[in-house]
Design a protein around this ligand. Sequence first.
Ligand SMILES: NC(=O)c1ccc[n+]([C@@H]2O[C@H](COP(=O)([O-])OP(=O)(O)OC[C@H]3O[C@@H](n4cnc5c(N)ncnc54)[C@H](O)[C@@H]3O)[C@@H](O)[C@H]2O)c1
Ligand SMILES: O=C(O)C(=O)C[C@]1(C(=O)O)C=C[C@@H](O)C=C1
Length: 367
Amino acid sequence: MVKHTILIAGLGLIGGSLAKGMTESNQNHVIGYDVNLESLEYAYTNRIIHESAKNFHNAAELADFIILAAPISETIELMKKLNDIPLKENVIVSDTASVKCSIIETAGRLTNKNITFIGGHPMAGSHKKGVQAAKAHLFENAIYVLTPSVNSTPDKVDALKDILRHAKSKFIILNPDEHDEMTGVVSHFPHLIASSLVQQARKWGETHSYLPNLAAGGFRDITRIASSNPKMWQDIFSHNRGKMSQLLGEWINEMHFLKELVDKNDKEDIISYLDTAKTYRDGLGTEEKGVIPAFYDIYVDIRDQAGALASVTQILANENISINNIQILEIREGITGALRLSLSSKEAQRKSLSILQNKGYEIMIQR
Ligand SMILES: NC(=O)c1ccc[n+]([C@@H]2O[C@H](COP(=O)([O-])OP(=O)(O)OC[C@H]3O[C@@H](n4cnc5c(N)ncnc54)[C@H](O)[C@@H]3O)[C@@H](O)[C@H]2O)c1
Ligand SMILES: O=C(O)C(=O)C[C@]1(C(=O)O)C=C[C@@H](O)C=C1
């Protein structure tokens, strides 16, 4: 098998995670580049990359594939730089930016004939940033959107998928506008709303100092993403501002409607509103639809006592069931709390439910 040289520019959470998986699989030679020399050094000493490059131009000349994983505005600047570099013939350039229209518009303006540009967006991440948070398995089972530019061909798309196969993602092709519209709704806009909910609580907290202690499972659940990297999100909102503005307008109308509903206090209408939302939300994880990957969660009631979490995870480990994600939703002194365990398949969900129920745990699954 031919070893390709892959340059990953931007070794933060996303670039670092892609690089780590690629370097571990050792099929290709991975060169890392980052403007932050500490991140570059960290990536090299922790074997996230095979080789570190302090000069983007020189590293780009050596690459067969280039993945730009910097913030969106920086990614656009790097694309413009690539245009003036004597690259290898037929180099495939991709990116990881959360917004695709401005990236593909920039790709359309590139005149360097050696570049085939295929936009990329792995639909997985976290509220953490930086190379220290990188995980080789971050994109496992996640949707990975590709937005080929006009000069790309299906064999080039396959070549890109091939060098990304270690990620174990599910690739889908979307046009950039469709991508920005859908991720606007299910990814970008929720971040704005999460921050606005936290702002509301913060303002109330100024006159009610005990308020933060009451922020339990529900508030924490819906606002986790408000802890994300503000600079990255400003960049995303700015590049998708047309869609954000439209969604905010729709949301404001929805809030007016909701206010009327609450003021009227019609029991049936309110139940119907909540029920329609519940039915849609419960259905999201049952099959893979659009950009939303399936999830198979179970909720386990546990007591606030030493070792409670370890007991549950040990029972599942004994049965060889691996847990994709675990979250403590609400545990306060002396009160029963809930664990949310995310499993990798419906079968794992069913098996965990039955094993834990047999051991006397109270379990809830959605649906
Ligand atoms: N965080 C997420 O959940 C997530 C998920 C999918 C896609 N993305 C997208 O991936 C990209 C990277 O996000 P992240 O979460 O890894 O951010 P991050 O802040 O963790 O990492 C960004 C890295 O890029 C480096 N960088 C900045 N300017 C650079 C430049 N000019 N050249 C080279 N390196 C540069 C920074 O030093 C940093 O190491 C963004 O475009 C973002 O929209 C983020
Ligand atoms: O899990 C999170 O914290 C994320 O915000 C990840 C998330 C999202 O789902 O909205 C954020 C931005 C990306 O472009 C893709 C994924």
